[in-house]
Design a protein around this ligand. Structure first.
Ligand SMILES: NC(=O)c1ccc[n+]([C@@H]2O[C@H](COP(=O)([O-])OP(=O)(O)OC[C@H]3O[C@@H](n4cnc5c(N)ncnc54)[C@H](OP(=O)(O)O)[C@@H]3O)[C@@H](O)[C@H]2O)c1
Length: 284
């Protein structure tokens, strides 16, 4: 039995499919099992991980845990401790490329949150693998409404560059680590990126191409306007500032591209063009 947190999210949904296909029992966590829409055969457990859920019951009988702090909030310590007590043997943590194992991990909001969870997992004595994802391709979903209504995406840096990683690749990595019986992935921190650098403007253009809408374009706004827009969309101000500053610093740089997806899964990382084609329905 493998417990999957964030099971209805971008990565979680893909991961659940892979674990089921491998014939493993899956216990998926959701605040709203009726709306979870997960495949038959998954045990869906109702729990709010930020609000006093019965963690012991959630983890009973599980041998592994997929931890996504999108689900636990920044305080993942309680779940990690409960996993240890419940006899879980392995944690695969959906971490972030912002963690670099340097003092810089204490500086940014995002790095600090993920580094703290990594530390707690290391200290737990459990087997672990960290999937340190770079910029998620799914971040582009936040543009869906702007693309639908106006065909214009507004952000602070058109030339900000990253190598967006497809959620299917992150799920492939997590599944490999959760299912592995050889120990190959234990104690590994995989920095996972897409196959190539893509600027914000290029991402928007790729979505336009996938939609057959060459009019779709990126328009620059100020740093402050971009922070305010992210705040309106629900991001904490510190996180919004962190992310946009990070984008600003990437302008004119070469995006970090790693071979972790290829190395671990045996297939090349999926491109942003591919991601846009896979998500056409989200932008119509
Ligand atoms: N965005 C990036 O560029 C980036 C880069 C590196 C790392 N990351 C990491 O990836 C995470 C996002 O992963 P994702 O895109 O797969 O997540 P996501 O699609 O946003 O999914 C969030 C999941 O968390 C669950 N959830 C939320 N609050 C919960 C609560 N209180 N109790 C229980 N479950 C709860 C939701 O389930 P229900 O709604 O069904 O309850 C949902 O399944 C980030 O938080 C960050 O840690 C992101």
């Amino acid at each position: 039995m493998i417990v999957v947190t964030g099971a209805t999210g971008n990565i979680g949904r893909e991961l659940v499919e892979r674990l089921l296909a491998a014939g493993v029992g899956v216990r998926a966590v959701s605040r709203d099992p009726e709306r979870a829409g997960l495949p038959a055969g998954v045990e869906v457990v109702r729990a709010d991980l930020t609000d006093g859920a019965d963690l012991g019951a959630l983890l009973a009988g599980a041998r592994a845990l997929f931890l996504n702090i999108a689900a636990t909030g920044l305080e993942a310590g309680a779940l990690i401790e409960a996993a240890t007590k419940a006899g879980v043997r392995r944690i695969v943590f959906n971490s972030s490329m912002s963690v670099t194992d340097t003092p810089a991990d204490e500086e940014g909001f995002i790095a600090r949150a993920h580094a703290a969870a990594e530390r707690a997992i290391r200290d737990s004595g459990l087997e672990w693998t960290f999937v340190r994802g770079g910029m998620y391709a799914t971040n582009a979903l936040q543009w869906a409404e702007q693309i639908r209504s106006e065909g214009v995406v507004r952000g602070a840096y058109a030339e900000a560059v990253g190598a967006p990683v497809h959620e299917a690749d992150l799920a492939d990595l997590a599944a490999a680590a959760l299912l592995d019986t050889t120990g190959t992935h234990l104690g590994q921190a995989y920095v996972a990126t897409g196959p190539a650098g893509v600027t914000m403007a290029e991402q928007v253009a790729a979505i336009g191409r996938a939609l057959g809408r060459p009019d779709v374009r990126f328009e620059e706004i100020s740093f402050e306007e971009a922070v305010a827009a992210m705040e309106r969309a629900g991001a904490p101000r510190v996180a919004a500032e962190d992310i946009i500053r990070y984008f600003g610093a990437s302008v004119g740089q070469e995006a970090l591209v790693t071979d972790a997806v290829q190395r671990v899964t045996g297939h090349p990382a999926r491109s942003f063009e591919q991601w846009a084609r896979d998500h056409v329905a989200d932008f119509r």
